[in-house]
Design a protein around this ligand. Structure first.
Ligand code: SAH
Ligand code: F3S
Length: 469
């Protein structure tokens, strides 16, 4: 159930043929870029941002590596020993440089800073290393890299003011888009590398967020997911996260608003009220727990106890009945005893999340845990704890999904089901994937809201019939 490194390609040229907002700054027109993205939604959103920045300078999207003049790998450093994978990937990409030496190969994102030192030694053919706060300069850095023969051109400086205001990400046509509302993180959980590689927390100006949401709606998008590492601690001048949501429910055309990920102690009563008050704000919450043991939570420097987390869940459920919830959990954190682990299982059973992203602890260089706590849980024990937790969660998910049978749910159509062209798929308001046969004579378009009567379920999917009368 833990996520792996899935390359998802962002398309910086999704709106081919549109006029550019900014004049071409003298770069050779018609250059093509291919961006390979690893990691979370925020990284995918950043790839769209880079596509937008390069798009204003005349770059278009290459359909594949072979046809690209510039290949960027947008990296993730949050879990596992991702560095090794990126080096593996880079040596694979070297073939494109062998074929066409003029190809520019760049590394961007969370691993850029970490890799900078190793790269000259281990992958000297890399031309460009660009951190998450330097994307504005990407076109210039690419130019520079063509002029400098030897070392890679590097810009990994973190910038506590950079929110990429005024820029427009390039998005593929679609129904569901992301808008980054907050960058960086100030929480410094002891296991987490994010504050080191993405810098201090910054809220994007509400006017910028509004502009991007309106832009999405004008392009036919129906759903937006607001992104931030602790999204509900969002603040910009006098605007807090609840105010921001309140503003966005008025954007015509957007039918659904989601956000990820809120931090438990930043959940205000005002935010719960705002969520409860608006149908457009979806009945689904991803609320990372990390551990059910107070001792572990303290060692992780999470700012709540298991009891406080439980109270928050209860408060949210009282105010927003039927809200679905998911979570993140880490097993095998330094010092985790059988008893600590048992408390995590117990919390999972008490709360009954609809689904969960479950991870084995992996030490990240430079974090407090890496410096001060010994990674002392045996790999085999970590593995067993993870496997048992996945199994338990699967049972809970199956029960929760099965309990939907008989209900009629509003589903936003995504498109044809991947498994069977006769079926359509979509998501419920509470984020459950739903598959139903294409009704005869009508073909609801992607983005349309339809009612589906659920008549069966697996642990991850609802199956049903569209209600047509
Ligand atoms: N604030 C973000 C956290 C980003 S990291 C959010 O809540 O989305 C996403 C998840 O990765 C974390 O919640 C945590 O469960 C997991 N994670 C982060 N660092 C980790 C590490 N060193 N080992 C294992 N899992 C980790
Ligand atoms: Fe990481 Fe904790 Fe922030 S998990 S992103 S330091 S809230």
């Amino acid at each position: 159930m833990s996520t792996s490194l899935n390359p998802n390609q962002a398309d910086p040229n999704a709106h081919n043929g549109e006029s550019n907002d900014m004049p071409s700054m003298g770069l050779r027109p018609g250059r093509r870029v291919f961006i390979e993205t690893y990691g979370c939604q925020m990284n995918l959103a950043d790839s769209e941002l880079m596509g937008g920045i390069l798009g204003t300078r005349g770059y278009t999207a290459a359909p594949n590596h072979d046809e690209a003049d510039v290949i960027l790998i947008n990296t993730c450093a949050v879990r596992e020993r991702a560095e090794e994978r990126v080096f593996g990937r880079l040596s694979h990409l070297l073939q494109y440089k062998h074929a066409r030496p003029e190809v520019i190969l760049g590394v961007t994102g969370c691993m850029a800073e970490r890799l900078r030192e190793d790269i000259t030694e281990r992958a000297p053919y890399v031309d460009l290393v660009v951190g998450p706060d330097a994307y504005r300069r990407l076109p210039e850095l690419i130019e520079e890299s063509q002029e400098v023969e030897a070392d890679p051109v590097v810009d990994v400086k973190l910038d506590r003011d950079e929110t990429y205001a005024g820029l427009s990400p390039r998005r593929q046509a679609g129904i569901s888009g992301w808008v980054t509302v907050q960058r960086g993180c100030d929480k410094f959980c002891t296991f987490c590398i994010v504050p080191f590689v993405r810098g201090r927390e910054r809220g994007v100006a509400p006017s910028e967020i509004l502009r991007q949401c309106r832009d999405l709606a004008e392009r036919g998008y129906k759903e937006v997911t607001l992104l931030g590492q602790t999204v509900n601690s969002y603040r910009h001048e006098d605007t807090d996260f609840a105010d921001l949501l309140e503003m966005l429910v008025d954007v015509d055309g957007l039918e659904r608003i989601r956000f990820t990920s809120p931090y438990p102690t930043d959940f205000t009563p005002k935010l719960i009220e705002t969520m409860a008050a608006h149908k457009k704000i979806c009945n689904y919450l991803h609320l990372p727990l990390q551990s059910g043991s107070d001792r572990m939570l303290e060692q992780m420097k999470r700012l709540y106890t298991s009891g406080e987390f439980m109270e928050l869940v209860e408060r949210i459920r009282e105010n927003i009945p039927d809200i679905a919830m998911s979570t993140d959990i880490i097993v095998g954190f330094p010092g985790e005893s059988d008893e600590d682990y048992a408390q995590t299982v117990e919390m999972l059973e008490k709360i009954r999340f609809d689904f969960a992203y479950l991870f084995k602890y992996s030490e990240r260089d430079g974090t407090f845990a890496a410096r001060k706590l010994e990674d002392d849980i045996d790999e085999e024990v970590k593995h067993q704890r993870l496997a048992a937790l996945i199994e338990r969660q699967e049972e809970i998910s199956s029960e929760i999904f099965a309990a939907q049978v008989g209900k009629t749910k509003e589903v936003m159509v995504v498109g044809e089901s991947k498994r069977d062209a006769n079926d359509l798929c979509g998501r419920t308001d509470d984020f459950k994937m739903t598959v139903f046969p294409r009704p005869e004579g009508i073909s609801p378009a992607p983005g349309e809201l339809v009612d589906v009567r659920v008549d069966d379920a697996t642990s991850h999917t609802l199956l049903g019939q569209m209600v047509t009368e």
